[in-house]
Design a protein around this ligand. Sequence first.
Ligand code: SF4
Ligand code: SF4
Ligand code: SF4
Length: 263
Amino acid sequence: MTTLPASTERSLGLVIDLDTCVGCHACVTACKGWNTQNYGAPLSDQDAYGDASGTFLNRIHSFQVTPDAQPISDVVPPRLAQTVHFPKSCLHCEDAPCVTVCPTGASYKRVEDGIVLVNEDACMGCGLCAWACPYGAREVDEAAGVMKKCTLCVDRIYNENIPETERQPACVRTCPAGARHFGDLSDPDSDVSRLVAARGGVDLMPEQGTVPVNKYLPPRPKDTIAAPEMTDEGEDVLAPFLAPVAETPQGFLGWLDRTLEKI
Ligand code: SF4
Ligand code: SF4
Ligand code: SF4
């Protein structure tokens, strides 16, 4: 049984925008690359040139969501289904059960910034933390025989050997959609806290009582197709503008078209 700090000086974490994530997996690739080349032991692949089994600290799940909306009229269908891409890594919970369940003290939460880490030298690979995490955010590295998880790129965000603009998690730096944000969520004036307040950011599965630091910004509702405006005779007022154009060009353009055809 490992204890959690009573409080932390900061709460570093991620804010992920489900409205703009396009599910491209760039963050997955960047995460795997950075964490294989740097902190701890490399993240293993069981079959590197076959299927994609292996250790990934960040995964994307895609869901099709069908809004529960009534049809606007007989001719306009209800809102269409939309696809939501859902990136998932460790949420660096305030009340992390993966830490308190750890029998060796290998899992711990840092007082200075709230990051939850695994001391791989002390981990015996029992898997209790993976069982305790309600988000499936921990991965047993089969090659190393130890538990691994998102480190919030702790070896990158404090690394004074790289330019200051690079001192962000690899996934945040890489995301082409700008869907990932990093900062101190205990500071109400930080950019991430203001983003969460403006967009109604939410905890993932708050009923679990883990108090995640990471927040998700919900997808915005998509526009519906407006009902067509009809004339008294029951015709769409836009119908004349939607009529097919003449197949044979007329006037100057017709002359030009016929002339060019002869060349
Ligand atoms: S890189 Fe950004 S847009 Fe692509 S899957 Fe990750 S979070 Fe989504
Ligand atoms: S998301 Fe899971 S692994 Fe990460 S701190 Fe919370 S309980 Fe632990
Ligand atoms: S913060 Fe770093 S370790 Fe965590 S998901 Fe992003 S790239 Fe991976």
